[in-house]
Design a protein. Structure first.
Length: 158
C-alpha cells in the first residue's frame, strides 16, 4: 500500500532528525553555542513540515480505513506509531533547545565573570600602585575618585 510506504518514509525522516536532536553537543564558546542553536532551530523548522505530512497521512489513512474496513486496525496502528515517533521527536527537540539555551546562558555568565575578574584585578593593581596621599587635597581627590568608582560598581551590580 502506498500509505504504508509513505508512513515508513516519514518515520525514516523523523528518525534522521531524532539522531540530530538527541545530540548533547554544547560547544565551548558562546558564539559557537549560539551558532549551534541557530542550526538546531533551522532543523526544527524544517522538521515542522513533517507535521503537515502527518495531517495528510491521517486524512488518507481515515479515507483508506473507511474504504477498506478489514485493514482499518492495521492502518490505525501504523498511524499511531507515526504519531508516537513524531511526539518523541518533539520532546527531543524541546530538550535540545533547553540544553542549548542553558549552555548559552552559562557562556554568558562565564564571560561576565571574566570581565568582572579582570575589572577587580585592574582595580586592585591600581589601588596597590597608588601611594598614600601626602596632603589633605590629595586625599580628597582620591576619595572623590573612590566615590566615582563606587558609583560605577553599584551601577554594575544592578
Amino acid at each position: 500500500m502506498i500509505l504504508y510506504r509513505d508512513v515508513e518514509k516519514t518515520m525514516e525522516r523523523i528518525a534522521k532528525n531524532a539522531a540530530l536532536f538527541s545530540s548533547s553537543e554544547r560547544r565551548r564558546e558562546l558564539s559557537a553555542a549560539e551558532e549551534l542553536r541557530q542550526k538546531h532551530l533551522a532543523r526544527w523548522a524544517e522538521a515542522g513540515a513533517v507535521a503537515d505530512r502527518l495531517r495528510e497521512l491521517r486524512r488518507a489513512g481515515d479515507q483508506l480505513a473507511a474504504s477498506h474496513p478489514n485493514s482499518a486496525k492495521e492502518i490505525e496502528t501504523n498511524l499511531k506509531k507515526l504519531v508516537a515517533v513524531w511526539s518523541n521527536l518533539q520532546q527531543l527537540a524541546a530538550k535540545r533547545t533547553t540544553m542549548l539555551d542553558e549552555a548559552i546562558a552559562e557562556h554568558k555568565f562565564e564571560e561576565s565573570l571574566k570581565e568582572l575578574n579582570l575589572w577587580v584585578s585592574e582595580t586592585v593593581k591600581r589601588l596597590d600602585s597608588t601611594e598614600a596621599p601626602a596632603t589633605v587635597s590629595d586625599a580628597e581627590a582620591l576619595l572623590e575618585l573612590h566615590n566615582e568608582k563606587k558609583v560605577r560598581y553599584m551601577h554594575f551590580e544592578s
